[in-house]
Design a protein around this ligand. Structure first.
Ligand SMILES: Nc1nc2c(ncn2[C@@H]2O[C@H](COP(=O)(O)OP(=O)(O)OP(=O)(O)O)[C@@H](O)[C@H]2O)c(=O)[nH]1
Length: 364
């Protein structure tokens, strides 16, 4: 499929060159070298055929065929046309022979080494036979047997070297495109590795803190509310110690999966380190944020942890805070961390809202 744009481009180039060739023949007709009807015959046969082939590529009819490049029919039609007109106007034989070399170059990427050798020999022999048949009207560079042979030999060898050079160029270009694609894929992978946590696949600390910073700036500008949550899995060390590190890893991944499923599409989650996660809830007020975290807590508590390891049970504690005017990320993180500490201190498996604690303290 990658070759199709190239085929469309090349067959379009053939149409363009056929039109140029018609114009050139017209000039020779004006100069009296050939009869005008030869130009009309060329324009009425070769040009429509090349347009038809180009349209076939454009519509994609060739994709239904086994030999999608249409190499054999294209070359056969073009070479037959050039040979017929070479015999009709042998005084312009070199002109038609050069055109054949150009077409062979266009078809280079479609050639296999065998099809190239076969085509080269067939065209060479046919062209030699055609020139020989019309040798009495052959003009350039001369009409003697040796001159005709030397002209033909030049064509025969040039056809080979130019086509092989084109084929090499196309192969090189294809290789370069492939390398480019691999490089782009590697770059994407590096970006992914640099911005995401490799175990859970969620944002890593750096990426998440940058998101938090951006959201704080957005809120300062627009006044839109948002909540920041620090979530920590309870007694995670015990999970590792009792069930092993691989089970601990599985717990981390599963908690993230549940969070991604439970939270909204615009919410962001990042791994801050170990078994601690940060959650950003844009356009969310304190009460809505608490409801959202309670829903996540229930989802984690209700999960069938026994399917990962018999007797396994997982809970988390979370501290949540909402953005306040004149806030910065450090202040937000401090409040959420204090609230998380409070959640742990007061029995774990709970969500504590920092702002309520602050207002409670202010009222006391
Ligand atoms: N399996 C696994 N364990 C990890 C990973 N990162 C950190 N840990 C473990 O997480 C545990 C965290 O233990 P603590 O900081 O004592 O916290 P805790 O046991 O959850 O206790 P509380 O937070 O007070 O409920 C340590 O045993 C770490 O080795 C990880 O990527 N995979």
């Amino acid at each position: 499929m990658r070759r199709q744009p190239h085929r469309i481009y090349m067959s379009g180039l053939v149409v363009f060159n056929m039109l140029i060739e018609t114009g050139m023949l017209g000039l020779f007709a004006l100069a009296g070298t050939i009869k005008p009807w030869i130009v009309v015959a060329f324009a009425g046969t070769v040009v429509p055929v090349s347009i038809a082939i180009h349209l076939m590529f454009r519509i994609g009819l060739n994709l239904r065929l086994k030999e999608k490049g249409l190499l054999v029919p294209q070359l056969a039609v073009n070479a037959a046309a050039q040979l017929i007109f070479l015999m009709l106007a042998p005084q312009l034989a070199v002109f038609f022979m050069l055109t054949m070399i150009a077409f062979s170059g266009y078809a280079a990427p479609e050639f296999s080494p065998r099809s190239f050798t076969n085509g080269w020999l067939v065209f060479g022999v046919l062209t030699g036979a055609a020139i020989w048949l019309v040798r009495d009207r052959f003009r350039f560079p001369g009409a003697s047997g040796l001159e005709i042979f030397a002209t033909w030999l030049f064509f025969f060898l040039a056809l080979r070297s130019l086509t092989l050079a084109s084929a090499r160029f196309f192969r090189l270009r294809a290789k370069l495109s492939e390398k480019n694609r691999q490089l782009e894929a590697s770059l994407r992978q590096i970006e992914e590795l640099a911005s995401h946590d490799h175990l859970t696949g969620i944002n890593n600390r750096g990426t998440f803190m940058k998101m938090l910073e951006d959201e704080a700036q957005r809120s300062a500008r627009t006044g839109a509310p948002f909540c920041f949550v620090m979530l920590d899995i309870d007694h995670f060390k015990k999970v590792n110690d009792t069930h092993g590190h691989p089970v601990g890893d599985e717990v981390l991944k599963t908690v993230c999966d549940i969070a991604v499923r439970t939270l909204r599409g615009i919410d962001r989650i990042g791994r801050l380190g170990g078994e601690e996660f940060g959650i950003l809830l844009p356009d969310t007020r304190a009460e809505e944020g608490t409801i959202s975290m309670e829903r996540l807590r229930e989802a984690v508590n209700d999960h069938d942890w026994g399917s990962i390891a018999p007797g396994l049970d997982v809970h988390f504690s979370a501290g949540i805070t909402s953005y306040m005017p004149m806030d910065n990320v450090q202040k937000l993180a401090k409040r959420a961390d204090d609230a998380l500490y409070h959640a742990k201190e007061t029995g774990r498996d709970r969500v504590v809202m920092a702002d309520q604690r602050l207002s409670a303290r202010a009222c006391a």
